[in-house]
Design a protein around this ligand. Sequence first.
Ligand code: 8IG
Length: 275
Amino acid sequence: MSENTEVQATDDPFKLAKEAAEVIAERTGRERHDVALVLGSGWGTTAELIGETVTSIEQAEVPGFAKAAVAGHSGVMRSIAISGSDKRALVFGTRTHFYEGKGVRAVVHAVRTAAAAGCSTIVLTNGCGGLRPEWGPGTPVLISDHLNLTATSPIEGANFIDLTDLYSKRLRDLAREVDPSLDEGVYVQFRGPHYETPAEVKMAGILGGDLVGMSTTLEAIAAREAGLEILGVSLVTNPAAGVSPTPLSHEEVVEAGKAAAERCGQLLAAIVTRL
Ligand code: 8IG
């Protein structure tokens, strides 16, 4: 009997998310959080600008979460008191990528945990390649829609989730109130972990894509299923393969990232306080 219960606990991703949310509530002393943020490449220093970190939790100590796999991503979850409001942000310093091979459930566990923790909004950020030459390294771009080229879904069973306006128009407009210069584009998720060939980048463009990356779309689908309102923001850290005639130096990309960190952090902080 008890064996059976244990099997079910690990077998139901929503139950696992509920268990994670309970640990978060226990550790933070907050029954509910309001907004969740998933910080991708280049977005790491954003958290400090949103407000005061009240509680830091090692993600590996929360049910269903693994240790950070990518260097430079922090495996820490934070509960942040949003400046100038009584709201709380739940900030995930890292994500599980599909290319890690841990399965789609692992990829969307943070999203389901955020929903179970009471969040009604999720901000999904990433670092990506840009298809438009005018988007230099360090340009933040709002995600208007996506092409999911992973050939998979986080939804299991006959649950036909509508994906119209997946990336909330309301939240994109709110973001542009903060920064009217923000462009928007269609994000294309490739499986990775290799980057695209120039031919694949060309294909992405022909299909209507503007940004190429290895995350976000599966999380957005799970977030919609969970009833969360979604804001997606990409940080273009490099021109996608074949877009720029001159190969970019890694140093340049790192420098652009550092310069962008301040702008991106301020942007998210301003958006989050307006939610
Ligand atoms: I940072 O050019 C970053 N992540 N797929 N392509 C893909 N992912 C990325 C890229 C890129 N740059």
